[in-house]
Design a protein. Structure first.
Length: 286
């Protein structure tokens, strides 16, 4: 193509994410890729790019805009680092999941026999010893899964809240893969949501964590006695419900607020995790 005596119009592309303008006079096709990092999770509005075309004397100017966009910034998934002196290397000792077959045989406790209960549930050694009909209470597979609970209330600042959210997301992914499933309890939920080892259903929960704020308060559920481990993540270093430390699989307190005089069992996303149990384990973060 032959150019005329009059130069082509000039112009520039104004891209807010770049923080600078790009010349729009290059006849070659160009593609610009912008890598953006956001300080915080949550919903972010992306301003439209603006293409400005003008004649050499700027007597005539035309502008066109791209579509604006909203993006959801998800909490980053970070690795779980276990302390050198910890006995829970990889968290395997507290995250073993029962298979479906094992769950049918895992004995949790005994309770008085209920009329109509299957004869296979009767605990015959107790009947022979005491003459009292007792039945076995078996562990449900979901009850044996590790449970992660997030309490976002009263954080010292937004950074501590975001650390707690990232720690929660990271623990869920880590435990679900190691234990072939885990459960997550968030504010506003009365029952935990179960995830399998393939993390089906995780994208929706990940998006929920991206939008979670401290004003939502602590989880409502106060009965968290389970046969699996409980990981209580507190953004403000608050207290735990009494049932947490009675978990059959052990309980852990995770917070961005350090616990004085305690050595963490593991760290994740700027938070430290402490195993609870015994006199020293019942201490709480300030």
């Amino acid at each position: 193509m032959t150019r005329g005596s009059v130069p082509p119009p000039g112009g520039e592309l104004v891209e807010p994410l770049l923080g600078k303008t790009l010349p729009a006079t290059d006849p070659r096709s160009r593609r610009v890729r912008v890598n953006v990092r956001f300080q915080r999770r949550g919903r972010r509005h992306i301003e439209p790019a603006r293409l400005v075309i003008r004649d050499p004397l700027s007597l005539s100017v035309r502008e066109t805009f791209s579509d604006a966009a909203d993006v959801l910034v998800l909490p980053r998934i970070e690795p779980v680092t276990v302390g050198a002196a910890s006995s829970i290397a990889g968290l395997e000792s507290v995250t073993g999941a029962l298979t479906e077959a094992a769950a049918e045989l895992e004995l949790h406790s005994l309770r008085p026999y209920r009329a109509g209960a299957a004869a296979s549930r009767i605990h015959w050694p107790t009947v022979a010893r005491t003459g009292v009909m007792m039945e076995r209470r078996l562990v449900a597979e979901s009850d044996a899964r590790p449970l992660v609970v997030l309490d976002p209330s009263n954080p010292p600042g937004t950074e501590e809240l975001d650390r707690a959210v990232r720690a929660t997301a990271s623990l869920v992914v880590h435990l679900a893969r190691r234990a072939h499933g885990c459960s997550l309890l968030l504010p506003g939920q009365r029952r935990p949501i179960d995830l399998d080892g393939e993390l089906r259903g995780w994208p929706a929960l990940h998006a929920r964590l991206a939008l979670l704020e401290a004003s939502e308060g602590a989880p409502r559920s106060r009965r968290l006695e389970r046969s699996g481990a409980v990981f209580w993540v507190s953004a403000g270093g608050g207290s735990l419900p009494p049932g947490v430390k009675r978990s059959g699989g052990g309980s852990y307190f995770i917070s961005p607020v350090p616990v004085s005089g305690r050595v963490p069992a593991f760290t994740v996303a700027g938070c430290s995790g402490y195993r609870l149990g015994g006199a020293s384990g019942d201490r709480r973060a300030a």
